[in-house]
Design a binder for this molecule. Structure first.
Ligand code: HEC
Length: 244
């Protein structure tokens, strides 16, 4: 991606979110691989599972923790998403040394995490009947943005072979799919990993679009004006071709 588009897009990601590049701060108390007991009181995070890390972080978000919880409450409140943060901390603690992904990757990941996090929340709040078209258009526009700014993704998507879903998706199905893409992105630490999640997401948007196309076609078929086919009928086919 070009520098210019990155700078333009950076303004979209105003809210900070803890991702790998921001781990620098944690090192001073927790050690490079989260192998230390921070300030002599924390658990050794390297020995915690990802779920335990997430539970701790969610606790700090709610204002709960040990005697020095205030320090961590401050850290967690900088980030909006404990799923992504727990995945990052877990990966960091299991990867020896300090290998940072490129700024561009971090930026891209941050953008996707943020978009999917918001989308998930919107779907959870949505009314299954009334808000379906709103959610669908949010999914389509998020997929479009992902597609536009990711050149690797473009090489992996073929719109022509994309087909409609066999069964109609309801709001729960959509939430499940979006959640699984979100978790896939949280656990991606390279371009090759994250592109797979994005392919899934664009496929979801594509199949929803195909569903809609099918509906529109069926509707326009049903609304065809009755044609007079008697002996003196005028051949309308060439006009109909242009309007149907
Ligand atoms: C100033 C020192 C300091 C910094 C910086 C810091 N932490 Fe902590 N961390 C602590 C302390 C102290 C605790 C235990 C707090 C308590 O009493 O609950 C803790 C607890 C934790 C825990 C839960 C472990 C447990 O005991 O349940 C996690 C996970 C964690 N920190 C992750 C991070 C991450 C990720 C960062 C960087 C974004 C970070 N910390 C930055 C000091 C720090």
């Amino acid at each position: 991606m070009k520098k210019i588009t990155m700078i333009a897009l950076a303004t979209l990601v105003a809210a900070p979110m803890i991702l790998m590049a921001d781990m620098d701060r944690c090192v001073s108390c927790h050690g490079v691989d989260f192998e230390k007991q921070a300030l002599g009181v924390s658990k050794i995070v390297k020995n915690m599972s990802e779920l335990e890390i997430k539970a701790s972080l969610d606790g700090y978000k709610r204002g709960e923790g040990g005697s020095l919880k205030d320090l961590m409450i401050q850290e967690v409140n900088l980030g909006v998403d404990t799923d992504a943060m727990a995945a990052d901390v877990y990966s960091e603690s299991r990867t020896p040394g300090f290998e940072e992904p490129s700024d561009e990757f971090i930026f891209q990941k941050r953008l996707s995490v943020r978009t999917l996090h918001k989308l998930k929340n919107n779907i959870k709040k949505a009314d299954a009947k009334k808000d379906m078209s709103k959610i669908i258009s949010q999914i389509k526009s998020a997929a479009f943005t992902m597609y536009t700014y990711d050149d690797l993704l473009k090489t992996k998507i073929n719109f022509k072979t994309m087909s409609a879903n066999k069964t109609k998706l309801n709001m729960d199905d959509i939430l499940k799919k979006v959640s699984s893409v979100k978790s896939c992105v949280d656990h991606s630490f390279s371009e090759d990993e994250i592109v797979k999640c994005r392919v899934d997401f664009v496929n979801l948007a594509g199949s929803i679009t195909r569903d809609e196309e099918k509906k529109i076609k069926a509707k326009s078929k049903a609304n065809k004006p009755p044609l007079y086919t008697g002996e003196d009928a005028v051949d309308m086919s060439k006009y109909l071709k242009t309007i149907l």
